[in-house]
Design a binder for this molecule. Structure first.
Ligand code: GYE
Length: 327
């Protein structure tokens, strides 16, 4: 930490050596546990954290948990034993963090949560930066509701309800729990509620491959009944598009496709006429994260919880917006 190292450096005596020593050693050390690389969004998030660490001039100890909570817990424990200055992590699921967070607290190492939310005693972390997944879920349903009304869409099977299928994210992840909650809330309070039926909802684990597989199984059971797909991330939507084409149907036409994240792959799909909309989820949280870390270590007050700004994009503006997209 700053103070003691400056003292040691001064004690060494040689002015020039001391300055460079202090500069090198004064770098804040941040231990960061990432979930893995399940999606295009996650890759953008990881790249941003790494680039922002450079910009912030901090030393980043980065650990990839390969989609396992136990690996994240191990990484956090190892950051504690290495006595890093501050720990950041993306909780893969909402629960199961209490013990390791208590260990960090006992070691007096502040913790900043990034991206996903968690359920724990709020005194066990200092700050949380992320996205409002409940609002993203609401936006997804509202987009569908408006589009269906505007285009006077009728059920493909001639029935009286439009059938929705949902590809959910990782079980127990706040991004999945929140998006489901917001979607259901907007659905249940819509004056058009009776127009829709949720036909099937299953996890595709936020990956392209699983999204494709689960969509294949939905299509096997309900090929001619599905009108709308809400995929809780774009990667699953892109996997599902392949399954829909393989089943001889037209994505975005026979089945309305709405994803979440707003990654470049989804923009391309919208431009190609294969997807309808995506609810933005902003992965570029690195600068805010390191700024927050620095403030905490300088003893400044920081907000307990901050959401980053997000929008909604659809096929009507995809081509125009595409060149401005950063991820
Ligand atoms: O939507 C998805 C991912 O936690 C918000 O995780 C994030 C989600 C994102 O892998 O693509």
């Amino acid at each position: 930490m700053k103070f003691s190292k400056s003292l040691i450096a001064l004690a060494v005596g040689a002015a020039i050596a001391a300055t460079s020593y202090a500069q090198a050693e004064d770098k804040i050390v941040v231990g960061f546990s990432q979930i893995g690389a399940e999606s295009e969004w996650r890759t953008a998030n990881t790249n941003d954290v790494m680039a922002a660490a450079e910009r912030a001039g901090v030393e980043l100890k980065f650990s990839d948990a390969q989609q396992k909570q136990e690996n994240q817990i191990k990484a956090i424990r190892s950051f504690i034993s290495q006595k890093v200055d501050i720990i950041g992590f993306v909780p893969i699921v909402e629960t199961g963090w209490d013990n390791v967070l208590r260990e960090a607290k006992r070691a007096k190492i502040p913790v900043v949560i990034m991206d996903r939310d968690l359920k724990t005693d709020p005194s066990l972390y200092t700050a949380k930066i992320g996205t409002d997944s409940v609002e993203e879920g609401r936006r997804a349903f509202r987009w569908i509701d408006e589009y269906v009304t505007k285009t006077e869409r009728t059920p493909r099977n001639g029935g009286d309800k439009l059938n929705i299928v949902i590809l959910e994210g990782t079980v127990g992840a706040s991004a999945a729990v929140g998006r489901s909650k917001g979607f259901n809330e907007a659905f249940n309070t819509s004056p058009n509620k009776d127009k829709y039926n949720i036909l099937a909802s299953q996890t595709g684990d936020f990956t392209r491959q699983k999204g494709q597989e689960v969509m294949e199984s939905f299509l096997k059971s309900y090929r001619d009944d599905i009108d709308i797909l809400f995929a809780q991330n774009d990667d699953m939507a892109l996997g599902a598009i392949q399954a829909i084409e393989a089943a001889g149907l037209k994505p975005a036409q026979d089945i309305i496709i709405v994803g979440a994240d707003a990654v470049k792959g989804m923009f391309q799909a919208m431009i190609d006429g294969k997807a309808n909309a995506t609810i933005e989820c902003n992965p570029l949280q690195g600068d805010l994260f390191f700024e927050t870390c620095k403030k905490i270590l300088a003893g400044e007050e920081v907000p307990k919880s901050v959401y980053v700004e997000e929008g909604v994009f659809d096929a009507s503006n995809a081509a125009e917006v595409f060149p401005t997209r950063k991820y």
